[in-house]
Design a binder for this molecule. Structure first.
Ligand code: AMP
Length: 193
């Protein structure tokens, strides 16, 4: 039973590593960013509401995200575990998740914090070339991360769930480190708090 959260600044390689780890653990990779981008592309009501925030590098309002997450966790494929990537993004979302998990009798095993220095983040994002990877938007996303998402490090450290991993290493090295933290049976070793 693997249930885990991926934290980390934009451009840290969260998406790539989360996908690899979710396949390794055989649990769904739930990226709120991917779900939103799909909704924007499809022009759904959610996508239309989220689009402006995303292209400015701002967080999409909590009510939209919380509905989306509640709905996703009600789907059958999440009963044996999940890996959240890009959620929660602020303390309100984290508190909502704790309450939701208590309601459905689940617990998160570990929160992985991928650490990468700022200058490396910017060059990785510029190389990626996503629609919201323009330099001013990147700068804003980093500021939003510092102000709203970084406090989650303290939040989860206080619950002894946090493990920090050096993300400024070759992709395979980071993957191996993550595999060691999360055993295949889903028991997570929280060593570094
Ligand atoms: P990501 O793919 O995780 O970098 O997310 C891309 C964009 O989607 C972010 O810059 C936000 O605008 C939006 N987004 C993704 N996840 C969330 C979330 N949990 N809360 C609010 N906005 C989000």
């Amino acid at each position: 039973m693997t249930r885990l959260i991926f934290l980390g600044p934009p451009g840290a390689g969260k998406g790539t590593q989360a996908k690899i780890l979710s396949e390794h653990c055989e649990v769904p990779h739930i990226s709120t960013g991917d779900i939103l981008r799909t909704a924007v592309k499809a022009g759904t009501p959610l996508g239309r509401k989220a689009k402006g925030y995303m292209s400015a590098g701002e967080l999409v309002p909590d009510d939209l995200i919380l509905d989306l997450v509640r709905e996703r966790l009600s789907q059958e494929d999440t009963v044996n575990g999940w890996l959240f990537d890009g959620f929660p993004r602020n303390v309100e979302q984290a508190e909502f998740l704790s309450e939701l998990l208590a309601e459905i009798d689940q617990t998160c095993a570990v929160v992985i914090n991928l650490e990468v220095p700022d200058d490396e983040l910017v060059s990785r994002m510029l190389a990626r070339g996503r629609a919201d990877d323009k330099e001013d938007v990147i700068r804003n996303r980093l500021e939003v991360y510092r102000a709203q998402t970084e406090p989650l490090i303290t939040f989860y450290r206080a619950q002894s769930l946090l493990v920090s991993v050096d993300g400024n290493q070759p992709l395979d090295t980071v993957s191996e480190t993550l595999h060691k933290i999360v055993q295949r049976d889903g028991t997570a070793e929280v060593k570094e708090v």
